[in-house]
Design a protein. Structure first.
Length: 127
């Protein structure tokens, strides 16, 4: 591409990147569009050791840019988190049920107390 600035002509060749079409897209005012992303992004070379307040560091390394391990819906971490959430939920349900049973006993409502005891048995059978 030939350009000029204040009468001085020069040629500019922008770097070419291998682009891929992303999954995101749609239509806007009748025109189809998709998000395009570079296939790979080159890493800049490390600039060497730098120092800030007597602490040395490097501006870029391959380790700092590496991707985190992929998480899957069936990973052990997610399974442990689900079981902890389920246990917390069950504990909360038991506490609420206990309060409701105490309130039913205080009112002398035998029918409600019987229903709440059945609910307690159902919760115990789910665990």
């Amino acid at each position: 591409m030939k350009l000029s600035y204040r009468g001085v002509s020069y040629a500019n060749e922008p770097p070419t990147l291998d682009m891929i079409d992303g999954d995101i897209g749609g239509k806007y005012r009748g025109q189809a569009w998709t998000v395009r992303q570079p296939r790979h992004i080159p890493l800049p070379p490390p600039t060497g050791d730098l120092k800030y307040r007597a602490v040395t560091y490097k501006t870029s390394t391959v380790d700092a840019v590496s991707a985190p391990p992929p998480t899957t819906p069936h990973s052990p971490y997610r399974h442990n988190m689900r079981s902890e959430v389920a246990q917390t939920h069950r504990d909360h349900l038991y506490k609420l049920l206990e309060k409701r049973m105490q309130a039913a006993q205080a009112r002398g409502d035998a029918e409600l107390l019987k229903l709440l005891e059945n609910e307690s048995k159902q919760l115990a059978s789910l665990h």
